[in-house]
Design a protein around this ligand. Structure first.
Ligand SMILES: NC(=O)c1ccc[n+]([C@@H]2O[C@H](COP(=O)([O-])OP(=O)(O)OC[C@H]3O[C@@H](n4cnc5c(N)ncnc54)[C@H](O)[C@@H]3O)[C@@H](O)[C@H]2O)c1
Length: 455
């Protein structure tokens, strides 16, 4: 099929490259000229494991452009809208990128049938709204009403940054919502190789042995839109539940890791997303839970469980600073080293990263903050040079003379640091392990004061 993907961020680029790898002809469009220039040189503008390899494998089926005019909208079978939907100050999503792209698409529609798909996470009702934008833009340009030449679908994305290629090639489910059955048929055909898992896997990312087919959920537009928000809210609640319990375990002398293992082995609960720590970050959970709370207000209802998950999460970031204050008494003039800056390992993304809030609070209290990260320092220097954090490519440079070390992101390489050597460069051997990730026993044996979350 011929596919246009609008927006080449973490979602759009992964989707476009994966569909091209599966044999579709794909055009990826973005208004960011720098990103498209990099992609036209065969380079990935974001850090995502496996992405450069898949771009190379798919290169004969994919083109990159900044121009709606040269994107051949009127020959496409499917157009994905995969632009950003960041939060506005009141928590509702900023839909200006969706609006701009829907209008640009609508102006260029002609009489051949195309399915326009919301892959961006958008609030309930956005499918109808995008339909109206397409119709109005078409009418303004052509002077007539479009007759049946497009259908709008919702196809929410569940990929995880850091394993986006794996999640896209081997998804746990595909959700398609539409009122027009033609849209469901077209998208089912588009995804057939994924649903049947009968494509040949890239050598660097083999298919999991147990995977033989992917379930598909087809439903109406509003249900598909809500599935995405409900999934992210539920995962956020699980993490915040572990963090709420961690507050109690640390008071009563229990260990949150054992408690969560003990409940997670119950198959009704499951072990994943029950790791206590400094909470979630990233571009989705905070934004999507805020949007859900904001949408519920529009309908005159409240979402106290989702709101509580948010409150617990943002409190966890304060916990780091409170712990350092309790241990060091005075933060003014101290050096705090942050190990990891990205919101999670295997990504360079800093959107809503806990590191940013922690650094801001420490700096406000007069501390010096030194940070390191294997891949996120490019973005840190580019977008957060004003923050006042000293960024170091080498962990040992960030750790020099530090009064405390905070493990912010659980990059595997931090577990393997020469912790005996690290101790010799620190001013004070205090570790606050914000992810319960480091080897507590070994560090204690080496003479560190080790503080984990809820242990
Ligand atoms: N990042 C994730 O892990 C993830 C997972 C699932 C769903 N989502 C959702 O997918 C959507 C995209 O997320 P992302 O992380 O890929 O965002 P992103 O910010 O990385 O990418 C968005 C891209 O859209 C481009 N863009 C903006 N306006 C445009 C326009 N008018 N025309 C063409 N391109 C335009 C931007 O330049 C940018 O490159 C969001 O709604 C997000 O909530 C994200």
């Amino acid at each position: 099929m011929k596919v246009l993907v609008v927006g080449t961020g973490y979602v759009g680029l992964t989707t476009g490259v994966a569909l091209a790898y599966l044999g579709h002809r794909v055009v990826c469009l973005d208004v960011d000229e720098e990103k498209i220039a990099l992609l036209n040189e065969g380079k990935a503008p974001i850090y995502e494991p496996g992405l450069p390899e898949l771009i190379a494998l798919a290169k004969n089926n994919i083109q990159f452009t900044t121009s709606y005019d040269s994107s051949e909208i009127n020959t496409c079978d499917v157009i994905f809208i995969a632009v950003g939907t960041p939060s506005l100050p009141d928590g509702s999503p900023d839909l200006s990128q969706v609006k701009a792209s829907a209008e640009a698409i609508g102006e260029r529609l002609d009489d051949h049938f195309v399915v326009v798909v919301n892959k961006s996470t958008v609030p309930i009702g956005s499918g109808n709204w995008v339909g109206t934008l397409l119709r109005e833009a078409y009418r303004l340009r052509k002077g007539t009403k479009p007759i049946g030449n497009y259908a709008v679908a919702s196809n929410p994305e569940f990929l995880r940054q850091g394993s986006a290629i794996f999640d896209t090639l081997y998804p746990e489910r595909i959700v398609i919502g539409a009122e027009d059955t033609r849209a469901i048929d077209v998208l089912t055909n588009l995804y057939r190789p994924l649903l049947n898992q009968d494509f040949s896997s890239p050598a660097f990312l083999p298919r999991p042995e147990e995977l033989s087919a992917v379930p598909i959920v087809t439903c109406d537009l509003a249900s598909a839109e809500l599935i995405k928000y409900a999934a992210n809210a539920f995962l956020s609640i699980k993490i915040s539940f572990a963090n709420e319990m961690a507050r109690l375990t640390s008071k009563v002398g229990a260990d949150i890791v054992d408690v969560m293992q003990g409940i997670g082995l119950d198959s009704r609960i499951g072990p994943r997303f029950l790791q206590a720590g400094i909470g979630w970050g990233g571009s989705c959970f905070g934004k999507d839970t805020a949007a859900l709370v904001s949408t519920s207000k529009e309908y005159g209802i409240t979402m106290p469980i989702v709101q509580a998950a948010r409150d617990v999460n943002y409190h966890q970031r304060l916990w780091v600073v409170d712990t350092l204050l309790r241990e060091l008494k005075i933060l003014k003039g101290r050096t705090i080293a942050l190990l990891g800056f990205a919101f999670k390992p295997n990504t360079d993304d800093l959107r809503d990263a806990p590191s940013l809030d922690i650094a801001r609070q420490l700096l406000q209290k007069g501390a010096r903050v030194a940070a390191t990260d294997p891949v996120a320092l490019g973005n840190a220097r580019r977008f957060y040079s004003e923050l006042g954090v000293a960024y170091f490519d080498e962990p040992m440079d960030a750790l020099q003379d530090a009064d405390a070390v905070v493990l912010v992101t659980e990059w595997p390489e931090y577990r393997k640091l020469d912790w005996a050597g690290v101790k010799s460069v620190l001013a004070n051997p205090l570790i606050v392990d914000g992810r319960n990730f480091l080897d507590h026993d070994e560090l204690t044996r080496l003479g560190y004061r080790y503080i984990g979350v809820g242990r």
